[in-house]
Design a protein around this ligand. Sequence first.
Ligand code: TYD
Length: 135
Amino acid sequence: MSLSEVKLIELPKITDFRGSISFAEGNNHIPFDIKRVYYLYESPPNAERGAHGHKKLEQVIIPISGSFDFILDDGHARQKYVLDKPWVGLYVPPMMWRDVNNFSVGSVCLVLASDTYKEEDYYRDYQEFLNAARK
Ligand code: TYD
């Protein structure tokens, strides 16, 4: 997959005097069936997360509170996405190395994933990822 397949997804946002609500449905706003939800929280501002790639997993990343940087690498080029709007998610296709950092205090990173947790789907070694991504 290449960085050209990464996209920002604008979710519905309904605002009235009570505040705002956004939502995301699998196979509708989210381009896959959602099989798992997880979230990163209590992240120290200097935390470095990610540092892995996935063979098949697709994800949408939503900064439901605060902000952080998501850096994607397809094996040829690198692109930084500043995620700071709770109504805008980042679609991450398979075969993307990602680094996540610059967390604001109290930020919450919600991840919608196309599959359950499977360690065998991970590349944890950057060189191994590069070899596969450049094939
Ligand atoms: P990891 O994917 O390495 O975290 P990140 O990319 O956010 O830095 O996961 C950290 C730990 O949590 C690791 O021991 C695996 C475990 N984990 C699960 O058991 N299930 C999950 O769904 C996720 C995302 C992680």
